[in-house]
Design a protein around this ligand. Structure first.
Ligand code: SF4
Length: 87
């Protein structure tokens, strides 16, 4: 599996980890975390637009966004199951 991760300041050569993470992160975990952030950005965008339109969006959405961001915090969680729980 190919890898490219530049999720933190420890990245190899200040360019990106391409074989395995300097932190030990695998290509699969890096990919899942990138995907989780992508999906979470979409979720946040939709929730923001709905609220601007006067619609109610439950606080569970806020909690999910917070949890997703925490899951991907740098080098703190390499649990692929957690990264996939909203995908
Ligand atoms: S999170 Fe790990 S794999 Fe990603 S850039 Fe940082 S050190 Fe490299």
């Amino acid at each position: 599996m190919n890898m490219f991760c530049f999720q933190c300041q420890e990245t190899a050569g200040c360019k990106g980890c391409t074989r395995v993470g300097v932190c030990g992160k695998s290509a699969q975990t890096a990919g899942l975390q990138d995907l989780l952030i992508y999906v979470t950005k979409g979720l946040s965008d939709v929730a923001t637009k709905l609220r601007k339109a006067g619609k109610t969006v439950g606080t569970d959405v806020n909690h999910l966004v917070t949890e997703n961001l925490f899951i991907t915090i740098t080098n703190a969680n390499f649990d692929d199951e957690k990264s996939q729980h909203v995908l």
